[in-house]
Design a protein around this ligand. Structure first.
Ligand code: S3P
Length: 167
């Protein structure tokens, strides 16, 4: 079956949906941000401010490679993982990439103050809108399937299961 890689914007529900799916399907849960944080011994926010975004992206690529080689599971990714095409290649080769697609209003409501998200913390709605418009095509190109990520986390998880036939 391979991994189910959840991609999408910050606030699209990758972490919550991933957690729910892994419980329901009794599959391992992986998380690129959590892997980066564990390896660096710092939070994502700290890595951005102490080491810079380029270093974060290197650590993120490393996390993708390590996770890709593990037993099949559900993977929650950081929203920018698709910016490096070699990440996308590694993800496509090791499973199915599912895009969680939601409008900016939904994303903004879900991220709240976004204090732990350095790219949008200053003005979540504005930066989510900018990133969504800059990245939209990259997400679409990377994804094997696109799932509507509005509504409850349970509903979104059901849609992912149906789209991947993983249940
Ligand atoms: C980022 C998304 C974040 C985190 C970092 C950068 C992005 O993950 O990796 O702040 O570039 O979209 P979430 O999508 O889990 O918030």
């Amino acid at each position: 079956m391979g991994h189910v890689w959840l991609i999408g914007m910050m606030g699209s529900g990758k972490t919550s949906v991933g957690r729910l799916l892994s419980e329901r399907l009794e599959l391992p849960l992986y998380d690129t941000d959590a892997t980066v944080e564990a390896n660096a011994g710092q939070t994502v926010g700290e890595i951005f401010s102490h080491l810079g975004e380029p270093r974060f992206r290197e650590l993120e690529s490393l996390a993708v490679r390590v996770i890709a080689s593990q037993d099949d599971g559900i993977v929650s990714t950081g929203g920018g993982v698709v910016l490096d095409s070699s990440n996308v290649e590694a993800m496509r080769e090791s499973g199915t990439i599912v895009l969680l697609d939601a409008d900016v209003g939904t994303l903004t409501a879900r991220v709240g103050t976004a204090a732990e998200r350095p790219l949008i913390a200053k003005d979540p709605e504005r930066y989510l809108r900018e990133l969504a418009s800059a990245r939209g095509a990259v997400y679409e190109d990377a994804a094997h399937v696109v799932v509507d990520a509005t509504g409850s986390i349970e509903d979104v998880a059901h849609r992912v299961e149906a789209a991947c036939s993983v249940s």
